[in-house]
Write a protein that binds this ligand. Structure first.
Ligand code: UDP
Ligand code: MG
Length: 313
């Protein structure tokens, strides 16, 4: 019998877990030809999420939980889930809040099992119900990243997916600590079937993504998949050099041919100074961002720390 392991990252999801479990049972129980396992990853929740997960584990032997020592983020939760679940024939990822409809799961498994796809993934068919600002920023982000990086990310792609074991193995072979799954999923490739999926309201609770968290995620994504911001430094440098030479020649010519007003040249000088300093400092900032990421990777700290689990290693 083939095994399917569903990973569910949970951060303060106590309000929705019972409902999610009911839905998962409803969808998965009739699929008798597969053996299911639900891997709940408690990402340092501050509510009663962990108690509920322990209760699930007692009532249903298919329920596993991995509980982090603090909040490490959804990326870390998905990684922990995949590292455990890689023994399964099919590994799935689904949000706890029921925004990802479990009803798609049987079709997704079929796409891999019967149609020969390696990945069956969901993509949002609309952005309805999302804040206008969030949508606009997100659109700009994907435009930028697809222009400047080596990979093409589908802007509506979601983490909701079912993958064959070989796909999970290749994702796990990527050792980076600053993980950006949308990039990783695209980077590893494989034959993917896309399922369009309407944007649903959260069943309960509220979103864990603040604008600040999203901005950090976006910067990680861009810096992780392209070094072109560094190349901008080179081209700006060349441009500055050319402008400098041009202005210099112009100044010499003016000096010899006219009586210059002292004040005007001061103003000019200051504006050029500010301009140059601004450019130099922002480029240093870009360098700093890359350096900070290199530093984080080199330290080699674990991506997450487990405090409790019902999984025997
Ligand atoms: N999540 C997590 N750790 C976090 C933030 C979110 O494990 O630090 C989980 C969360 O419990 C949910 C999924 O990731 O199952 C998606 O989060 P959310 O619904 O808040 O994001 P949105 O759907 O608003 O993008
Ligand atoms: Mg959600």
């Amino acid at each position: 019998m083939k095994t399917v392991s569903l990973i569910i990252p949970c951060y303060n999801e106590a309000d929705v877990l019972e409902l999610l479990k009911k839905e998962l049972n409803r969808v998965c129980d009739p699929l008798k030809e597969y053996q299911f396992e639900f891997v709940f990853v408690n990402d340092g929740s501050k509510d009663t999420t962990l108690d509920i997960l322990k209760d699930f584990a007692q009532r249903d032997s298919r329920c596993k939980f991995i509980s982090f020592s603090r909040n490490f983020g959804k990326e870390a939760a998905m990684l922990a889930g995949m590292q455990y679940a890689v023994h399964a024939d099919y590994v799935g990822i689904i949000d706890a809040d029921l925004q990802h409809s479990p009803d798609l799961i049987p079709e997704m498994i079929d796409a891999c099992e019967k149609e020969g796809y390696d990945v069956a993934a969901a993509r949002r068919s609309d952005r309805e119900g999302e804040e206008a600002l969030k949508s606009a920023l997100s659109n700009t982000f994907y435009k930028v990243i697809n222009k400047v990086s080596e990979i093409q990310i589908n802007d509506s792609a979601q983490d909701f997916r079912i993958m064959k074991q070989k796909v999970v193995l290749s994702i796990l072979s990527m050792p980076e600590r600053i993980r950006f799954s949308k990039g990783i999923f695209t980077w590893v490739g494989f034959h993917t079937k896309w399922f369009s999926h309407e944007n649903r309201e959260r069943a309960a609770g509220e979103t864990k993504w603040s604008l600040r968290k999203l901005a950090k995620y976006a910067i990680d994504g861009i810096l992780g998949y392209t070094s072109s911001p560094l190349r901008i430094a080179l081209w700006l440098g060349v441009l500055m050099l050319l402008i400098g030479v041009g202005v210099g020649i112009y100044a010499i010519v003016r000096c010899f041919s006219f009586d210059e007003l002292l004040m005007e040249s001061f103003v000019m000088l200051y504006s050029i100074l500010f301009l140059l300093m601004g450019i130099v400092l922002s480029l240093l900032g870009v360098l700093g961002e890359y350096l900070a990421r290199v530093y984080t990777e080199v330290k080699g700290r674990p991506v997450y720390i487990i405090s409790e689990s019902n999984i025997k290693q």
